[in-house]
Design a protein around this ligand. Sequence first.
Ligand SMILES: Nc1nc2c(c(=O)[nH]1)N[C@H]1C(S)=C(S)[C@@H](COP(=O)(O)O)O[C@H]1N2
Ligand SMILES: [Mo]
Length: 214
Amino acid sequence: MTESARSEGPRRPPGGHISRLPPGQYVPRGWPVLHYGRVPRIDLQSWDLRIFGATASGQEHFLDYPEMMALPTSEVGADFHCVTKFSMLDNRWTGILARDLMAVCPPADDVAHVLIWAEYGYSSNVRLSDFVAADTVFAHTHNGVPLSVEHGWPLRFICPPLYAWKSTKWVRAIEYLTEDRRGFWENRGYHNVGAAWSEQRYSYQERPEDGPPL
Ligand SMILES: Nc1nc2c(c(=O)[nH]1)N[C@H]1C(S)=C(S)[C@@H](COP(=O)(O)O)O[C@H]1N2
Ligand SMILES: [Mo]
């Protein structure tokens, strides 16, 4: 694994106690709904997940909803950090681990980044090392209750150590990349990596190795 958000986590400040919250974050009263554009209308009959780009076979894969739901189910406990500074602690996400999906539709050997695509063209990129982590999940259920459409039903990506703009709602496609490519917010001022514990909020904070030139 390359240098990764995974090695980071709660730190003991000079004063003593360990904070559950990354720097600059607070816990709001409810669970805010935040996204760009409209909430899509979902039709499970026509829904599919497309896996394309640099696949190992060179072929695109398509999974319909029953095929996706037939993959092994996992539950992940994780906090959720939005760059606008709200955090939701102790979420239980149920769904399909990204690594389990990847085992079925593997990438080519030279893939190091992944773009997650949503309905209406929203996208966000993550490093393959974050994609295959044990707590990266395509979730359909939150704390035992199916996600509302506003929160990304029927399937949303969750990558806990990264800011939540990388937790794409209404996922429809996964693109395997041999060269990193920025998604929607990474092209509009947010950090290409976005590790919350390192406060990688904005693209002006990036080191050259953090992402492709803007
Ligand atoms: N498809 C899609 N997913 C998205 C977004 C979006 O605009 N479109 N916004 C992201 C941002 S910026 C945040 S903070 C979270 C918010 O998730 P929530 O509405 O479930 O709290 O969704 C992320 N996923
Ligand atoms: Mo966000």
